[in-house]
Design a protein around this ligand. Structure first.
Ligand code: SF4
Ligand code: F3S
Length: 113
């Protein structure tokens, strides 16, 4: 069991979620974050922090975003960990209103800070 970052995060990447995670299990891509399912302790602390409601427990993940369970598990080992809040992406407010936007997910890792 794990928590999962779903589509609303794409091109927003507010990063408020990383500040509260007790086990530092968020990993950063260019325009999206994922949670490592092997590290998440399912505390739920990150859920209310996300301004775009992108984070769900895996058993409450909306059907339209079911693929994000696999996406988080696959990308977490390939991306650098993120533990410090960063500025949201420049067009976050515009992209928050866009759905679907799964095609916008960039699989490249964020550059290490
Ligand atoms: Fe971290 Fe808890 Fe969120 Fe899992 S549920 S990603 S452990 S804050
Ligand atoms: Fe993404 Fe929400 Fe965290 S937009 S980076 S899941 S606060």
């Amino acid at each position: 069991m794990t928590f999962v970052v779903a589509e609303p995060c794409i091109r927003c990447k507010h990063t408020d979620c990383v500040d509260v995670c007790p086990v530092d299990c968020f990993y950063e891509g260019v325009n999206f974050l994922v949670i490592d399912p092997d590290e998440c302790i399912r505390c739920g602390a990150c859920v209310p922090e996300c301004p775009v409601e992108a984070i769900y427990p895996d058993d409450e993940l909306p059907d339209k975003w079911s693929e994000y369970l696999e996406i988080n598990a696959r990308l977490a080992p390939a991306w650098p960990v993120i533990t410090v809040v960063q500025a949201s992406l420049p067009d976050a407010d515009e992209w928050a209103a866009v759905s679907p936007k799964g095609s916008q997910l960039d699989p490249a890792p964020a550059e290490r800070r």
